[in-house]
Design a protein around this ligand. Structure first.
Ligand SMILES: [Zn+2]
Length: 398
Protein backbone atom coordinates (compact mmCIF):
# COMPACT_ATOMS: atom_id res chain seq x y z
CA UNK A 1 0.00 0.00 0.00
CA UNK A 2 2.78 2.36 -0.93
CA UNK A 3 0.28 4.93 -2.13
CA UNK A 4 -0.74 5.55 1.45
CA UNK A 5 2.70 6.70 2.49
CA UNK A 6 2.05 10.35 1.65
CA UNK A 7 -1.10 10.26 3.80
CA UNK A 8 0.86 8.80 6.70
CA UNK A 9 3.71 11.24 6.55
CA UNK A 10 1.41 14.20 6.09
CA UNK A 11 -0.54 13.16 9.14
CA UNK A 12 2.53 12.56 11.21
CA UNK A 13 3.94 15.90 10.09
CA UNK A 14 0.75 17.74 10.94
CA UNK A 15 0.58 15.95 14.28
CA UNK A 16 4.10 16.96 15.12
CA UNK A 17 3.45 20.52 14.10
CA UNK A 18 0.52 20.78 16.49
CA UNK A 19 1.02 22.58 19.73
CA UNK A 20 -0.19 20.81 22.86
CA UNK A 21 0.32 17.19 23.93
CA UNK A 22 -3.45 16.83 24.07
CA UNK A 23 -3.78 17.95 20.46
CA UNK A 24 -0.95 15.64 19.44
CA UNK A 25 -2.70 12.70 21.10
CA UNK A 26 -5.94 13.62 19.35
CA UNK A 27 -4.27 13.76 15.96
CA UNK A 28 -2.55 10.47 16.55
CA UNK A 29 -5.86 8.88 17.53
CA UNK A 30 -7.50 10.26 14.39
CA UNK A 31 -4.82 8.97 12.04
CA UNK A 32 -4.93 5.61 13.79
CA UNK A 33 -8.66 5.46 13.22
CA UNK A 34 -8.20 6.33 9.56
CA UNK A 35 -5.67 3.52 9.16
CA UNK A 36 -8.09 1.02 10.66
CA UNK A 37 -11.04 2.28 8.71
CA UNK A 38 -9.16 2.10 5.44
CA UNK A 39 -7.68 -1.32 6.05
CA UNK A 40 -10.32 -3.19 7.96
CA UNK A 41 -13.41 -1.30 6.88
CA UNK A 42 -14.64 -1.01 10.43
CA UNK A 43 -17.29 1.47 11.43
CA UNK A 44 -16.60 4.70 13.24
CA UNK A 45 -17.87 5.04 16.75
CA UNK A 46 -20.91 2.98 15.92
CA UNK A 47 -22.37 5.67 13.71
CA UNK A 48 -22.39 3.43 10.67
CA UNK A 49 -23.81 0.44 12.47
CA UNK A 50 -27.14 -0.06 14.13
CA UNK A 51 -26.80 -0.60 17.84
CA UNK A 52 -26.14 -4.31 18.09
CA UNK A 53 -24.81 -4.86 21.53
CA UNK A 54 -24.65 -8.51 22.37
CA UNK A 55 -27.34 -9.29 24.89
CA UNK A 56 -25.96 -9.61 28.40
CA UNK A 57 -27.02 -13.17 28.78
CA UNK A 58 -24.03 -14.24 30.77
CA UNK A 59 -24.32 -13.62 34.45
CA UNK A 60 -21.23 -12.00 35.87
CA UNK A 61 -20.62 -15.23 37.71
CA UNK A 62 -19.93 -17.07 34.49
CA UNK A 63 -18.27 -14.21 32.68
CA UNK A 64 -14.54 -14.53 32.12
CA UNK A 65 -12.03 -11.82 31.28
CA UNK A 66 -8.58 -12.16 29.74
CA UNK A 67 -6.29 -9.13 29.64
CA UNK A 68 -3.23 -9.21 27.37
CA UNK A 69 -0.69 -6.44 27.52
CA UNK A 70 0.77 -5.99 24.04
CA UNK A 71 4.31 -6.38 25.10
CA UNK A 72 6.63 -3.52 25.60
CA UNK A 73 4.87 -1.16 23.24
CA UNK A 74 5.14 -0.60 19.51
CA UNK A 75 4.70 2.47 17.32
CA UNK A 76 2.07 3.03 14.66
CA UNK A 77 4.54 3.03 11.79
CA UNK A 78 5.37 -0.57 12.66
CA UNK A 79 1.76 -1.59 13.35
CA UNK A 80 -1.39 0.25 12.29
CA UNK A 81 0.01 2.62 9.66
CA UNK A 82 -0.11 1.34 6.08
CA UNK A 83 3.59 0.51 6.06
CA UNK A 84 3.28 -1.36 9.37
CA UNK A 85 0.16 -3.41 8.78
CA UNK A 86 2.07 -6.33 7.31
CA UNK A 87 3.51 -6.87 10.80
CA UNK A 88 0.11 -7.38 12.43
CA UNK A 89 -1.93 -9.44 9.97
CA UNK A 90 -3.83 -11.28 12.70
CA UNK A 91 -4.87 -8.12 14.49
CA UNK A 92 -5.86 -6.39 11.26
CA UNK A 93 -7.74 -9.22 9.58
CA UNK A 94 -9.04 -11.37 12.40
CA UNK A 95 -9.23 -9.54 15.69
CA UNK A 96 -9.93 -5.88 14.93
CA UNK A 97 -12.98 -6.64 12.76
CA UNK A 98 -14.41 -8.49 15.78
CA UNK A 99 -13.47 -5.75 18.25
CA UNK A 100 -14.52 -2.50 19.74
CA UNK A 101 -11.33 -0.49 19.32
CA UNK A 102 -10.23 2.69 21.13
CA UNK A 103 -7.59 4.68 19.30
CA UNK A 104 -6.74 7.09 22.11
CA UNK A 105 -5.72 5.55 25.42
CA UNK A 106 -3.45 7.99 27.16
CA UNK A 107 -0.98 6.86 29.80
CA UNK A 108 -0.17 9.79 32.11
CA UNK A 109 2.05 7.74 34.39
CA UNK A 110 5.64 6.57 34.54
CA UNK A 111 6.77 4.78 31.37
CA UNK A 112 8.52 1.78 32.90
CA UNK A 113 7.08 -1.64 32.30
CA UNK A 114 6.57 -2.87 35.82
CA UNK A 115 5.16 0.37 37.19
CA UNK A 116 2.99 0.90 34.09
CA UNK A 117 1.61 -2.62 34.25
CA UNK A 118 0.93 -2.13 37.94
CA UNK A 119 -0.95 1.07 37.03
CA UNK A 120 -3.03 -0.83 34.48
CA UNK A 121 -3.80 -3.41 37.15
CA UNK A 122 -4.73 -0.95 39.91
CA UNK A 123 -6.43 1.82 37.92
CA UNK A 124 -4.13 4.31 39.64
CA UNK A 125 -0.93 5.82 38.25
CA UNK A 126 1.45 4.02 40.55
CA UNK A 127 4.72 5.65 41.53
CA UNK A 128 6.57 2.62 42.84
CA UNK A 129 10.16 2.11 41.79
CA UNK A 130 10.06 0.33 38.43
CA UNK A 131 13.19 -1.63 39.30
CA UNK A 132 12.41 -2.72 42.83
CA UNK A 133 10.67 -5.79 44.16
CA UNK A 134 7.67 -3.91 45.50
CA UNK A 135 3.95 -4.61 45.36
CA UNK A 136 1.59 -2.00 43.89
CA UNK A 137 0.50 0.57 46.47
CA UNK A 138 -3.16 0.49 45.55
CA UNK A 139 -5.40 -2.57 45.43
CA UNK A 140 -5.15 -4.54 42.23
CA UNK A 141 -8.04 -5.62 40.05
CA UNK A 142 -7.43 -9.12 41.34
CA UNK A 143 -8.04 -8.08 44.94
CA UNK A 144 -11.23 -6.16 44.14
CA UNK A 145 -12.45 -9.07 42.08
CA UNK A 146 -11.72 -11.73 44.66
CA UNK A 147 -12.81 -9.78 47.75
CA UNK A 148 -16.05 -8.34 46.37
CA UNK A 149 -17.12 -11.47 44.53
CA UNK A 150 -15.76 -13.91 47.11
CA UNK A 151 -13.69 -15.79 44.56
CA UNK A 152 -11.01 -18.33 45.48
CA UNK A 153 -7.35 -17.76 44.74
CA UNK A 154 -7.60 -20.18 41.82
CA UNK A 155 -9.89 -17.75 39.97
CA UNK A 156 -7.37 -14.95 39.30
CA UNK A 157 -3.98 -15.55 37.69
CA UNK A 158 -1.18 -13.54 36.17
CA UNK A 159 1.32 -14.94 33.68
CA UNK A 160 4.32 -12.64 33.49
CA UNK A 161 7.53 -12.85 31.50
CA UNK A 162 10.00 -11.24 33.80
CA UNK A 163 11.07 -12.18 37.27
CA UNK A 164 10.54 -8.54 38.17
CA UNK A 165 6.77 -9.03 37.95
CA UNK A 166 6.51 -11.46 40.83
CA UNK A 167 4.74 -8.91 43.09
CA UNK A 168 2.19 -7.72 40.50
CA UNK A 169 -0.68 -9.88 41.79
CA UNK A 170 -1.27 -8.22 45.11
CA UNK A 171 -0.89 -4.79 46.70
CA UNK A 172 0.20 -4.06 50.23
CA UNK A 173 -2.89 -1.93 50.85
CA UNK A 174 -4.14 -2.53 54.38
CA UNK A 175 -7.76 -3.18 53.35
CA UNK A 176 -6.71 -5.67 50.73
CA UNK A 177 -3.43 -7.50 50.08
CA UNK A 178 -2.84 -10.35 52.49
CA UNK A 179 -3.71 -13.34 50.33
CA UNK A 180 -6.49 -11.65 48.36
CA UNK A 181 -4.53 -11.18 45.15
CA UNK A 182 -3.88 -13.17 42.01
CA UNK A 183 -1.56 -16.10 41.82
CA UNK A 184 1.41 -15.13 39.69
CA UNK A 185 3.11 -17.63 37.46
CA UNK A 186 6.53 -16.85 36.04
CA UNK A 187 7.19 -19.26 33.17
CA UNK A 188 10.91 -18.62 33.18
CA UNK A 189 11.06 -19.66 36.78
CA UNK A 190 9.21 -22.84 35.99
CA UNK A 191 11.70 -23.56 33.27
CA UNK A 192 14.68 -22.82 35.47
CA UNK A 193 13.29 -25.15 38.11
CA UNK A 194 12.56 -27.84 35.54
CA UNK A 195 16.09 -27.65 34.17
CA UNK A 196 17.68 -27.76 37.60
CA UNK A 197 20.67 -26.05 36.08
CA UNK A 198 21.34 -28.98 33.81
CA UNK A 199 21.09 -27.59 30.33
CA UNK A 200 21.84 -24.55 28.26
CA UNK A 201 19.33 -25.40 25.53
CA UNK A 202 16.91 -22.82 26.84
CA UNK A 203 19.00 -19.67 26.94
CA UNK A 204 16.76 -17.99 24.35
CA UNK A 205 13.75 -18.42 26.62
CA UNK A 206 15.41 -17.40 29.83
CA UNK A 207 17.02 -14.17 28.76
CA UNK A 208 15.81 -11.19 30.69
CA UNK A 209 17.97 -8.66 28.99
CA UNK A 210 15.85 -5.55 28.82
CA UNK A 211 14.74 -3.39 31.68
CA UNK A 212 15.68 -6.10 34.08
CA UNK A 213 15.24 -5.18 37.68
CA UNK A 214 18.55 -4.88 39.48
CA UNK A 215 17.68 -7.35 42.18
CA UNK A 216 17.18 -11.05 42.51
CA UNK A 217 13.62 -11.32 43.74
CA UNK A 218 12.88 -13.61 46.61
CA UNK A 219 10.77 -16.34 45.14
CA UNK A 220 9.74 -19.72 46.32
CA UNK A 221 12.28 -22.47 45.92
CA UNK A 222 12.27 -24.77 42.94
CA UNK A 223 10.08 -27.24 44.80
CA UNK A 224 7.29 -24.65 44.71
CA UNK A 225 7.80 -24.10 41.00
CA UNK A 226 7.77 -27.79 40.24
CA UNK A 227 4.62 -28.20 42.26
CA UNK A 228 2.97 -25.49 40.14
CA UNK A 229 4.00 -27.38 37.05
CA UNK A 230 2.86 -30.80 38.08
CA UNK A 231 -0.06 -30.21 40.46
CA UNK A 232 -1.65 -27.15 38.90
CA UNK A 233 -0.71 -27.22 35.25
CA UNK A 234 -0.67 -31.02 35.08
CA UNK A 235 2.56 -30.96 33.13
CA UNK A 236 5.32 -33.42 33.71
CA UNK A 237 8.74 -31.86 33.94
CA UNK A 238 9.89 -33.86 30.93
CA UNK A 239 6.91 -32.86 28.78
CA UNK A 240 7.37 -29.25 29.75
CA UNK A 241 11.07 -29.28 28.92
CA UNK A 242 10.46 -31.06 25.63
CA UNK A 243 7.82 -28.55 24.61
CA UNK A 244 9.83 -25.55 25.74
CA UNK A 245 12.66 -26.62 23.46
CA UNK A 246 10.35 -26.05 20.47
CA UNK A 247 9.50 -22.48 21.45
CA UNK A 248 11.27 -19.44 20.12
CA UNK A 249 10.75 -16.77 22.75
CA UNK A 250 9.74 -15.96 26.34
CA UNK A 251 6.27 -14.81 25.20
CA UNK A 252 5.71 -18.15 23.45
CA UNK A 253 6.51 -19.82 26.72
CA UNK A 254 4.05 -17.53 28.53
CA UNK A 255 1.28 -18.32 26.08
CA UNK A 256 1.96 -22.03 26.37
CA UNK A 257 1.65 -21.76 30.16
CA UNK A 258 -1.45 -19.57 29.88
CA UNK A 259 -3.13 -22.14 27.65
CA UNK A 260 -2.31 -24.88 30.10
CA UNK A 261 -3.75 -22.75 32.87
CA UNK A 262 -6.94 -22.18 30.88
CA UNK A 263 -7.32 -25.89 30.31
CA UNK A 264 -6.55 -27.09 33.83
CA UNK A 265 -7.70 -24.27 36.11
CA UNK A 266 -9.91 -22.06 33.91
CA UNK A 267 -9.55 -18.86 35.95
CA UNK A 268 -12.23 -16.22 35.43
CA UNK A 269 -9.68 -13.41 35.47
CA UNK A 270 -6.48 -14.12 33.56
CA UNK A 271 -3.82 -11.49 32.92
CA UNK A 272 -0.99 -12.17 30.47
CA UNK A 273 1.89 -9.75 30.15
CA UNK A 274 3.77 -10.00 26.86
CA UNK A 275 7.24 -8.54 26.62
CA UNK A 276 9.11 -9.79 23.54
CA UNK A 277 8.72 -6.50 21.64
CA UNK A 278 10.79 -4.74 24.26
CA UNK A 279 13.87 -6.43 22.84
CA UNK A 280 13.91 -3.15 20.92
CA UNK A 281 16.04 -1.74 23.73
CA UNK A 282 18.90 -3.81 22.36
CA UNK A 283 18.75 -1.61 19.26
CA UNK A 284 18.09 -4.24 16.59
CA UNK A 285 15.17 -3.12 14.48
CA UNK A 286 14.68 -6.57 12.95
CA UNK A 287 14.26 -8.17 16.39
CA UNK A 288 11.75 -5.48 17.34
CA UNK A 289 9.73 -6.22 14.19
CA UNK A 290 9.99 -9.95 14.83
CA UNK A 291 8.65 -9.32 18.35
CA UNK A 292 5.66 -7.41 16.97
CA UNK A 293 4.86 -10.17 14.49
CA UNK A 294 5.11 -12.82 17.15
CA UNK A 295 2.92 -10.88 19.57
CA UNK A 296 0.34 -10.41 16.82
CA UNK A 297 0.30 -14.16 16.20
CA UNK A 298 0.18 -15.05 19.90
CA UNK A 299 -2.81 -12.75 20.50
CA UNK A 300 -4.67 -14.59 17.75
CA UNK A 301 -3.66 -17.95 19.21
CA UNK A 302 -5.04 -16.96 22.58
CA UNK A 303 -8.27 -15.84 20.98
CA UNK A 304 -8.50 -19.21 19.21
CA UNK A 305 -7.86 -20.93 22.52
CA UNK A 306 -10.81 -19.03 23.99
CA UNK A 307 -13.04 -20.43 21.25
CA UNK A 308 -11.81 -23.98 21.70
CA UNK A 309 -11.96 -24.22 25.49
CA UNK A 310 -15.50 -25.02 26.67
CA UNK A 311 -14.91 -23.10 29.91
CA UNK A 312 -14.20 -19.94 27.91
CA UNK A 313 -16.08 -20.14 24.61
CA UNK A 314 -18.96 -17.68 24.37
CA UNK A 315 -18.51 -16.15 27.81
CA UNK A 316 -15.11 -14.48 27.62
CA UNK A 317 -14.26 -10.86 26.98
CA UNK A 318 -10.66 -10.34 25.90
CA UNK A 319 -8.79 -7.04 26.21
CA UNK A 320 -5.57 -6.30 24.36
CA UNK A 321 -3.65 -3.12 25.12
CA UNK A 322 -0.03 -1.98 25.38
CA UNK A 323 1.35 -0.62 28.63
CA UNK A 324 2.63 2.33 26.56
CA UNK A 325 4.24 3.12 23.21
CA UNK A 326 7.74 3.97 22.06
CA UNK A 327 9.55 7.17 21.09
CA UNK A 328 9.11 8.81 17.72
CA UNK A 329 11.97 9.23 15.29
CA UNK A 330 11.54 12.98 15.41
CA UNK A 331 12.17 13.65 19.07
CA UNK A 332 15.79 14.56 19.53
CA UNK A 333 15.63 13.50 23.18
CA UNK A 334 15.08 9.87 22.20
CA UNK A 335 16.51 7.28 19.91
CA UNK A 336 13.44 6.31 17.89
CA UNK A 337 11.97 2.85 18.25
CA UNK A 338 14.67 1.72 20.64
CA UNK A 339 13.39 3.29 23.87
CA UNK A 340 10.51 5.02 25.60
CA UNK A 341 12.35 7.66 27.50
CA UNK A 342 11.10 10.97 26.13
CA UNK A 343 7.56 10.80 27.49
CA UNK A 344 6.35 12.32 24.22
CA UNK A 345 2.71 12.00 23.12
CA UNK A 346 3.57 9.13 20.77
CA UNK A 347 4.91 7.02 23.59
CA UNK A 348 1.92 7.90 25.78
CA UNK A 349 -0.96 7.56 23.34
CA UNK A 350 -1.78 3.91 23.03
CA UNK A 351 -4.89 1.92 22.16
CA UNK A 352 -7.18 -0.75 23.47
CA UNK A 353 -9.23 -3.43 21.80
CA UNK A 354 -11.94 -5.49 23.42
CA UNK A 355 -13.62 -8.47 21.85
CA UNK A 356 -15.88 -11.30 22.79
CA UNK A 357 -18.81 -11.57 25.16
CA UNK A 358 -20.86 -8.38 25.47
CA UNK A 359 -18.73 -6.36 23.05
CA UNK A 360 -19.84 -4.94 19.72
CA UNK A 361 -17.84 -5.92 16.66
CA UNK A 362 -16.11 -3.64 14.19
CA UNK A 363 -16.43 -0.34 16.00
CA UNK A 364 -13.70 2.27 16.43
CA UNK A 365 -13.81 5.10 18.96
CA UNK A 366 -11.52 8.08 18.84
CA UNK A 367 -12.44 9.78 22.10
CA UNK A 368 -9.81 9.97 24.81
CA UNK A 369 -9.65 7.28 27.45
CA UNK A 370 -6.86 6.56 29.89
CA UNK A 371 -4.84 3.55 30.95
CA UNK A 372 -6.42 3.77 34.40
CA UNK A 373 -9.90 3.28 32.91
CA UNK A 374 -9.34 -0.44 32.42
CA UNK A 375 -9.93 -1.51 36.02
CA UNK A 376 -13.16 0.48 36.49
CA UNK A 377 -14.37 -0.99 33.20
CA UNK A 378 -13.63 -4.51 34.40
CA UNK A 379 -15.40 -3.67 37.66
CA UNK A 380 -18.59 -2.64 35.87
CA UNK A 381 -18.36 -5.64 33.60
CA UNK A 382 -17.80 -8.25 36.30
CA UNK A 383 -19.71 -6.64 39.15
CA UNK A 384 -17.05 -5.51 41.63
CA UNK A 385 -16.25 -2.04 42.99
CA UNK A 386 -12.73 -0.74 42.37
CA UNK A 387 -13.24 1.96 44.98
CA UNK A 388 -9.74 3.42 44.89
CA UNK A 389 -9.18 3.40 41.12
CA UNK A 390 -8.75 6.82 39.51
CA UNK A 391 -10.19 6.02 36.09
CA UNK A 392 -13.75 5.80 34.82
CA UNK A 393 -15.59 2.88 33.26
CA UNK A 394 -15.53 2.94 29.47
CA UNK A 395 -19.27 3.11 28.91
CA UNK A 396 -19.07 2.01 25.27
CA UNK A 397 -18.05 -1.44 26.51
CA UNK A 398 -20.81 -1.84 29.06
ZN1 LIG B 1 11.00 -1.14 27.57
Amino acid sequence: MATDFPLQSARVRSALAASSPRELARQLARSRREFLRTAAGVALGGTLLPFTRVARTQTSKKRKVIVITFGGGARDQETFAPEGQENIPHLMRELIPQSTFFTQVVNRGILGHYVATASLATGVYETINNFASLPPEYPTVFEYFRKDLKRPSSDAWVVAPSNGFNRIGESNHRSYGGGLGARVILPKHLLTAAMRGASTDYEHLLRDNYETPFYAPELGGSEFELQQLEMILKLSVDDFKAHARTLSSPDELSVYIARQLMRQVAPSLLWITMHDIDVAHAGAYSLYIEGIRRTDRLCAELWKAVQSEPEYAGKTTMFILPDFGRDSDDDSAGNGFQHHRTGDPLSRTTWLMALGAGVREGVVYERATESVDLVPTLGSMLGFSPSMAQGKPITELL
